[in-house]
Design a protein around this ligand. Structure first.
Ligand SMILES: [Zn+2]
Length: 403
């Protein structure tokens, strides 16, 4: 069963001097329009109690372009500017929905420099991508092919802190749904390993992580020694940003592989809602995977589950999943972070702290899952000689509050 989804393909590209200048100008205008519109919306609310809409901000943009002060906005493609207003609109919608904080200004240094081009502002022909206001196509490194006959709908150009240029191309792609599986897995954000699965498998940090961390420490020390405002400091800054970028890339790549694997192997994947968890226990430093990493993993699992016809269950983990025995439901006493293994007072089962938590996550997820009744917890081996029946799932759920 095939279906069509929107999928982004990201590539590096190497702009010419002219293109660099054009894009830098466009990024600056995008940021200015976003910030101005945010200022206007905030002012109109506080002084007139009036909510500006996207259409209002769009009219304001037209007016700005007619002033002497902002006439330079006419020099860049108008599409990325309109898109900036759309992004602001989305940010406000998220704020009014209580999904996000009040939109913030884009700082030149901190925010990612990017510009979004829709259909009318780029040309994609014979494998060449040309943006509005540009003479020639971008020198894109096509490291993987776009889907055959792809019709890109949106192109986003960005530059990261390390000075690397990327183009992300959104197009439709056919996805073949996977055959239904009868397996399910619980995923716990581990303390020592990156994630722990209810199967008992522990997934550790990517191979390069440690060496990259060492490189980062070296680069940061190097930067600290440089004279403020000097050309050497600028160079050292770039170097630090470069190491950061490589770490982020590898982490992302790793999370892509992990999420693809989990979705391929299981019908139901259960993870915890980390926001809720943070409110409960406040020791984010102790976790191997960062909040940002966890959010990325969750987002990847979400869309991949949707693509392939799987189910992702996100549970609000406000029950003591670490201290609850996954065999009998007995809740143990306080457990300091150093405790890696413990024995249940109720049934005598020995637990690895993280594996036990992952099993509880799975049980809680299956209790609310749409297809929970049809799947069984995935076991790495049948060491125990028991099949994981529905009854066992109920057993594991006992002692957990209903979600
Ligand atoms: Zn027990």
């Amino acid at each position: 069963m095939a279906r069509t989804v929107k999928r982004a393909f990201k590539y590096r590209f190497y702009p010419t001097h002219e293109q660099t200048a054009e894009l830098a100008r466009t990024f600056g205008c995008v940021r200015l329009v976003y910030n101005r519109a945010l200022e206007e919306r905030t002012r109109s609310w506080y002084t007139e109690q009036r909510r500006m809409s996207y259409v209002d901000t769009s009219a304001a943009l037209t007016a700005w372009k007619k002033t002497d002060e902002l006439a330079f906005l006419n020099e860049v493609s108008s599409v990325p500017l309109q898109q900036a207003l759309r992004h602001l609109q989305a940010a406000f919608a998220a704020f009014f929905d209580k999904r996000a904080k009040y939109p913030r200004f884009k700082a030149k240094k901190k925010s990612r420099a990017s510009a979004e081009y829709t259909r009318s502002a780029f040309r994609f022909r014979d494998g060449n991508l040309t943006l509005a206001k540009m003479g020639g196509p971008l020198d894109v490194r096509w490291t993987r092919p776009l889907p055959a006959g792809a019709e890109p709908s949106t192109v986003t150009v960005s530059r990261d802190a390390a000075g690397r240029w990327f183009v992300s191309i959104l197009c439709e792609d056919g996805i073949t749904r996977l055959d239904p599986s009868d397996k399910a897995v619980g995923v716990d954000a581990g303390l020592t390993s990156l994630v722990t699965l209810s199967t008992g498998e522990k997934i550790t940090n990517p191979r390069h992580e440690r060496r990259d961390r060492e490189r980062l420490t070296r680069a940061q020390k190097d930067l600290a020694r440089k004279e403020k405002g000097s050309a050497n400091q600028e160079k050292a800054k770039r170097k630090v940003a470069g190491v950061h970028a490589r770490i982020a890339d590898r982490r992302r790549d790793f999370l892509h592989k992990l999420s693809t694997r989990l979705v391929h192997e299981n019908q139901v994947v259960v993870i915890e809602n980390l926001n809720v968890r943070n409110m409960v226990k406040n020791h984010p430093l102790a976790r191997a995977i960062s909040d940002a990493g966890w959010r990325d993993l969750r987002a990847m699992l979400e869309y991949k589950a949707d693509w392939y016809g799987r189910e992702l269950v996100v549970i609000d983990r406000w029950f003591p999943s670490t201290r609850t025995c996954s065999e009998c439901g007995t809740i143990a006493g306080k457990m300091p972070l150093g405790v890696r293994e413990w024995e249940c007072d109720g049934c005598g089962a020995r637990h690895d702290r993280d594996v036990n938590a992952a099993k509880n996550v799975l049980a809680a997820g299956l209790a609310v899952s749409a297809c929970g009744a049809g799947v069984r917890p995935q076991r790495e081996s049948s060491r125990t000689g028991r099949s994981a029946s529905k009854q066992e799932t109920h057993g594991a759920t006992r002692g957990l509050p209903r979600l």
